[in-house]
Design a binder for this molecule. Structure first.
Ligand code: GLA
Length: 739
């Protein structure tokens, strides 16, 4: 299954396809909830079933919050002409898009493919488009006749059904076996030129022989700035490698295009990718104190805060005005202790090194609220899915300390997949063999000045089929407390099975109220992150029920469609963000992601990744990195360590940006900041370069004439009443405007 998944993941692959060889299957589907073995039969009459689109989940089409079984049916003619026109005539391919979570596919009543299993049997991630290859001589296929395709789906929670793009039936092609592997990182030579190599590979014995056309395209004018044609031969086990270097390019993403054409068949396959470019200036050797300006903790609970600072090591830390009960380690910047007295404590931090010193005013607020600014951290899910283990978490923690913590990153959150299949006889939850010593792991994370997060579900099972907290809330909260957990992501998942099928508003709140009460009994500050995908407009009651953040959407994927749809739709929930309580549009998909053991570079282009981080910062979203931290490249590190961008996310006012302008081609989002200034994101949502003008006489921005580009960290010189900027396709320019 995983091999198919990987092939499909390389979604930027453009098949140079003869349209006639494809049967589109996007339209004409019928749907019903429930389950019956009759529904696979071609003779079953599905007239009374409701029409459904397979571009969106069933939730958004009249089945809100429906989990469990659902069936899709389609009547489709498969013409034998597609076989005749194809080069390899031996199999057909069924591209179904994403299926959430598990499926059985029947063609004319015969089971031809399946994935996962009901609930607990999900072996890999439930993500990734399904693509099934079936022999062309399979008797289930009725050539030139009407076929009935019936798909039985089981959804464990959250979004359900079939959704996605490029759904079709086609012949498996000669080029389906070819991979244009662009996964190697871009490197830099001594002159800072970009260097890279790509691989053409195949698992077929066919001797591919032809040409690889390599082009570098300037996306501003679509001009080809460099072009080279190479001989390329490869076959199973003998890939072809093409290495190149690109002399210093301007600070923008160029489009690289690779097209292989096989001489004998005339078949071709292409792939494109964007060159990375780093805008974030390299931190100076002089000390600088980064991160939020405030930190909240409850009186009487263990306190942990590491002063985030950059500068040439060794750094020496000082703090003036610390409340009684706290002490600072001058060599690590880690503050620990317990404060018993409520109050706002103004503190001055100073960091020294051989090159100078820097001070910063900071407020420690001991009171009822924690999570005054959105969490900054890492979560295992988008990187490792259910394959997370102790050593992967340790690598992440160590990397966070070495490369990210100086910019304010502090949470190391284990998502689903840590739980043992059974509770011990006393009813306590225990980790599985991938986590031999949870307390030891947590102690290690704390020793680095970082915090530890964990995951569970209020239902009997988690979304990945592991053990949930159902009816063990007090016990689990206590266990988390004993381990030293600082953050709990609590995921609805199978809770639907133990509540009403159509939950009321009160039902939505119940599991979170119950766990809130259990967490309140634990003498620890545990950030409480609701994960229930926005059901019942959670943003309206999340704060009152005691959530520090709540997911406002289904699961994100590393595609422009997913990221931009989620990000640019955070409108209704916006006004509800406030210190201690934030909307969570899901975790980051920059860097190497994979939801399992095979990782791939995020399918977001470099400009889309700038958009992702900028938009999430404007939205005051928890920033939870979802990549393999052990393999951070220069580009990803630049994205995650821009202190002026992070400061927008961490702004103490805690407001969320408003969508101030929305046109077909661009959007402007404006966020009010604590210091009276505005953070403004100018997003090009089109796929062409655009010049976008902001009218500075506009009410909201009137008088805000001082403009600083936060990614580049420099002031811009503008004259007149307009600010005009060029923005890359799917890219952003983010500025801070002040009077
Ligand atoms: C759901 C959540 C994800 C992740 C998985 C784990 O899908 O939305 O973020 O936690 O469950 O199984």
């Amino acid at each position: 299954m995983r091999k198919i998944f990987m092939l499909i993941c390389l979604a930027t692959v453009l098949f140079l396809k003869a349209k006639a060889q494809e049967i589109p299957i996007e339209k004409g589907w019928k749907f019903t909830t429930g389950d019956s073995s009759q529904w696979s039969s071609p003779s079953y009459d599905d007239k009374s079933w409701k029409p459904i689109s397979i571009s969106h989940s069933w939730e958004s089409q009249g089945y809100p919050n429906y989990d469990g079984f659902g069936w899709y049916r389609l009547h489709v003619v498969i013409p034998s002409s597609i076989k005749e026109k194809s080069y390899l005539k031996d199999s057909i391919r069924l591209d179904l898009g994403i299926i959430d979570d598990n499926d059985e596919v029947y063609l004319n009543g015969k089971l031809i493919a399946e994935y996962g299993g009901k609930g607990g049997n999900i072996k890999t991630s439930q993500y990734g488009p399904r693509s099934y290859v079936i022999a062309a001589n399979n008797p289930a296929i009725l050539w030139d006749k009407e076929n009935v395709l019936a798909i039985r789906i089981f959804d464990t929670g959250g979004d359900g059904g079939i959704y996605g793009d490029y759904q079709k039936i086609s012949m498996a092609d000669l080029m389906d076996n070819v991979t244009i592997n662009t996964e190697a990182d871009f490197g830099y030579d001594d002159n800072d030129n970009l260097v890279k190599s790509i691989k053409l590979a195949s698992n077929s014995k066919y001797p591919y022989k032809g040409k690889l056309a390599f082009k570098v395209i300037d996306p501003e004018n679509d001009a080809v700035v460099y072009e080279k044609l190479n001989d390329a031969d490869f076959t199973a086990g003998k890939p072809f490698t093409y290495a190149f270097n690109l002399a210093k390019l301007d600070k923008k993403s160029y489009r690289l295009s690779y097209t292989f054409t096989d001489e004998k068949s005339g078949k071709a396959k292409s792939k494109t990718e964007g060159t990375p470019y780093v805008l974030t200036p390299y931190p100076t050797a002089k000390p600088r104190i980064n991160g939020a300006d405030v930190f909240g903790a409850h009186p009487g609970n263990p306190f942990l805060y590491m002063v985030p600072a950059t500068g040439k090591k060794p750094l020496i830390y000082e703090a003036e005005g610390l409340p009684a009960g706290l002490k600072l380690d001058a060599n690590t910047g880690i503050i620990t202790g317990v404060v018993n007295q409520k109050g706002d404590y103004p503190v001055t931090f100073t960091v020294h090194n051989r090159l100078g010193s820097k001070t910063k005013k900071f407020t420690i607020k001991i009171g009822d609220l924690i999570g005054l600014t959105p969490a900054l951290g890492w979560n295992s899910w988008n990187a490792w899915g259910l394959t997370v283990n102790d050593s992967k978490v340790r690598v992440s923690a160590k990397t966070m300390t070495d490369r990210l913590a100086a910019h304010g990153w502090s949470y190391i959150n284990i998502d689903d997949g840590w739980e043992a299949p059974q509770r011990v006889t006393s009813g306590e939850i225990v980790p599985n063999q991938k986590f031999p010593d949870m307390k030891g792991l947590t102690d290690y994370v704390h020793s680095l000045g970082l915090r530890m997060g964990i995951y569970s579900s209020p239902g009997p099972r988690t979304c990945g089929g592991y053990l949930g907290t159902w009816q063990h809330e007090d016990q689990d909260a206590k266990t988390y407390g004993d381990w030293g957990i600082d953050y709990l992501k609590y995921d609805w998942c199978s809770y639907s099975e133990v509540t009403d099928k159509t939950p009321t508003l009160a039902d939505y709140k119940t599991p979170y109220q119950v766990m809130r009460a259990s967490l309140n009994k634990i003498p620890r500050d545990i950030m409480f992150s609701f994960c229930q995908y926005g059901m019942g407009d959670v943003w309206k009651w999340g704060a009152e029920v005691g959530g520090n953040s709540w997911r406002s959407t289904g699961d994100i994927e590393d595609t422009w469609k997913s990221m931009s749809t989620i990000g640019f739709n955070q409108v209704a929930d916006g006004p509800y963000a406030q210190p201690g309580h934030f909307n969570d549009p899901d975790m980051l998909v920059v860097g190497k992601v994979g939801w399992g053991d095979s990782q791939h570079n995020s399918r977001l282009s470099p400009d889309e990744q700038y958009t992702h981080i900028s938009l999430w910062s404007l939205l005051s979203a928890p920033l939870l990195i979802g990549c393999d931290l052990g393999k951070l490249d220069r580009f990803t590190l630049g994205l995650l360590t821009n202190d002026e961008v992070i400061a927008i996310d961490q702004d103490a006012l805690g407001k969320e940006a408003r969508q101030a302008i929305k046109t077909g081609g661009y959007q402007v989002w404006i966020k009010d900041l604590e210091d009276g200034n505005k953070a403004v994101g100018i997003f090009n949502t089109s796929d062409k370069y655009q010049t976008i003008t902001l009218n500075l006489k506009d009410n909201e921005l009137s008088g805000y004439a001082k403009i600083r580009d936060v990614w580049q960290q420099k002031y811009l010189i503008i004259s007149g009443a307009n600010y005009t900027t060029k923005v890359a396709p799917h890219g952003v320019v983010m500025v801070k405007m002040s009077k």
